[in-house]
Design a protein around this ligand. Sequence first.
Ligand code: MG
Length: 179
Amino acid sequence: MTFPQPERERMERPAGLEQRVGLGVDFHRFSPDRPLMLGGIEIPFDKGLLGHSDADVLLHAVSDALLGAASLGDIGQHFPDTDPRFRGADSARLLSAVVSMLGSNGWVADNIDAVVIAEEPKLAPYIAEIRARIAELIDVSADRVGVKATTSESMGALGRGEGIAAQCVVLIRRAPQRS
Ligand code: MG
């Protein structure tokens, strides 16, 4: 069977309209005696997440989505968990560094949408504050930041409450040219 082969001519996009999409996914397991950092804020809970940095699973997913959209690798590559400089690192600072990296490559964030998957704690009371914090970190207005929370219906490791996962999609666009 043969398929018609259309002429594959590369379409040039007007520079100012160039956009890219990115995806970030992250998981961290719970650990006692650590603060729970999520979306750049501390959530009152009896355990936190385990990780080399502050283990902010949501900011890690956002950071990876941004890096992916710009084809700039991933956070493990830029901030290796073997590097003592990033031990206990504030993930908000890592995300700010990612936003600067994108800026140096001529990209700005347009909007993001993220989902946190956790049996507990209940996140509804904190969503507005998380959206505002992420908006500040990626330099957009809060109406360009979607954050939702869901459970995994008691299925699997997340369903047993062993940790938290986060997924994020982002759209980036060319930064306005400065004259
Ligand atoms: Mg992580």
